[in-house]
Design a protein around this ligand. Structure first.
Ligand code: HH2
Length: 409
């Protein structure tokens, strides 16, 4: 039930914890509070490409439930064959709508099931991610993924950790500073970067993975687009594959992950690293990212990757203008509709330089902390960062405030 057909997205929801608190202070009975809270939570759900008859019945039923629905103007007069739909209402009104749709023909029970799944997924705050033989619990606590770039040309630390021993020392330091995962990469995916031959990528990452696997007590992730590199890195001790192509690159990647018990990061990218920053355009930014990630999750599951091993990532900077990156952070919560934990990697990226005027990537730590804190407020549960100790501090505050606002399960 991944909603590939309608690509449903829950657009907004109010913070419930303060409302619950104030209701309880009135002395109202517990069951009364639970009933009333469903009226206090306001939701908007976007659906794509509904057939005319479905859209018309859906609108009628949402109006009957006390909510409202926007559809394309020509849909009643039969000028349009299909339409996108935006439903707005309280959680109670959505529950009423779903009950009504279950009785309707025209495959509306299936539409109801997709909306139901997206609403449930959006409300979820805790996940246990399976990564190899380990389990990582996230929500409300956020996990930090420390970056170990064994490359000569990464945008922020290229060349600093190319020597394996230096890279291992760096990984050790990040783990000691509180990294929950170390993400090791041997190919820069910065805008305009040239691909690296697989042999070279392997020669860079394998010694580092072997050494860290022997001593570090944290799961190791391999940041690669290549199934062969992923396979050999997993054999050397990694247990998570971070595929920045979201399974659209190497056709063997999904099967490679499925054949092991590794976790998988499905990241959104528009185009490929060489060309991705040449005038990136979206029809509907969040809908397009959401659809891409749904396809990635579906491809992973069809290849045999268990759902509880999958993490999603909107891919900050991968085929995005600064405006796109800011909009993604502002609307990150919509990706909760997919029901998988969200990872975000804003660390030191160019949009932070453009917003702050700070030219040197390594000096963008404070801008990164702000981006990470806001990502957490939007629902991120894993942050991929270069500066682990500093971000641990920022996240401690951001997680506490977010939890106080949301409560939630
Ligand atoms: N960003 C980079 C690389 N890998 N993976 C995920 N899942 N999400 C990201 O945002 C992400 C990523 C780019 O950062 P970095 O590794 O520091 O640079 P480079 O690609 O130049 O090595």
């Amino acid at each position: 039930m991944l909603g590939l057909r309608l690509n449903p997205r829950v657009i907004s929801a109010t913070n419930l914890a303060p409302v619950m608190d104030e209701m309880a202070r009135t002395g109202a009975a517990g069951h009364g509070v639970r009933r009333m809270i469903t009226k206090a939570e306001f939701l908007a759900v976007a659906l794509e490409r509904l057939a005319r008859v479905q859209a018309n019945v859906l609108k009628q039923e949402m109006l009957a439930a006390g909510g409202d629905a926007a559809v394309c103007r020509g849909i009643c007069s039969e000028e349009a064959a299909e339409t996108n739909v935006l439903l707005v209402g309280s959680r109670r009104q959505f529950a009423d709508l779903l009950a009504r749709l279950a009785e309707e023909p025209f495959d509306l029970a299936a539409v109801a099931a997709e909306i139901h799944h997206a609403l449930d997924a959006h409300a979820r705050r805790r996940f246990t991610i399976r990564i190899g033989r380990r389990q990582l619990a996230v929500g409300p606590r956020c996990a930090l993924v420390g970056v170990v770039n064994v490359t000569p040309d990464s945008f922020s630390d290229g060349g600093r950790f190319l020597d394996p021993q230096t890279a291992v020392r760096h990984g050790r330091r990040l783990a000691a500073a509180g990294a929950d995962i170390l993400d090791i990469g041997g190919e820069s995916t910065r805008p305009g970067a040239d691909p690296v031959p697989e042999e070279e990528e392997l020669a860079r990452v394998l010694p580092v993975i072997r050494a860290l696997a022997a001593e570090a007590d944290v799961p190791l992730s391999i940041d690669t687009r290549h199934a062969r590199v992923a396979r050999e890195a997993l054999a050397a001790g990694a247990s998570l594959v971070n595929d920045v192509t979201g399974l659209t690159g190497d056709p063997l990647m999904a099967r490679t992950v499925a054949e092991t018990d590794a976790g998988l990061v499905v990241m959104h990218i528009l185009g490929d690293p060489r060309t991705m920053q040449q005038d990136p355009r979206y029809e509907n930014l969040m809908a397009d990212i959401c659809r891409f990630l749904r396809r990635g999750i579906t491809a992973a599951r069809e290849a045999g990757v268990a759902e509880d091993r999958i993490i999603i990532d909107p891919g900050i900077g991968f085929g995005k203008t600064p405006g796109h990156n800011v909009a993604i952070l502002a609307r990150l919560g919509e990706l909760r509709s997919l029901g998988r934990p969200i990872m975000v990697g804003p660390s030191r990226k160019r949009f932070i330089g453009q917003l702050t005027g700070v030219e040197t990537p390594a000096e963008r730590t404070l801008g990164t902390a702000a981006a990470c804190a806001l990502a957490v407020a939007g629902g991120a549960l894993l942050l991929r960062v270069h500066d682990v100790a500093e971000m641990r501090q920022a996240l401690a505050v951001a997680s506490a405030v977010t939890q106080a606002a949301e409560g939630g399960s």
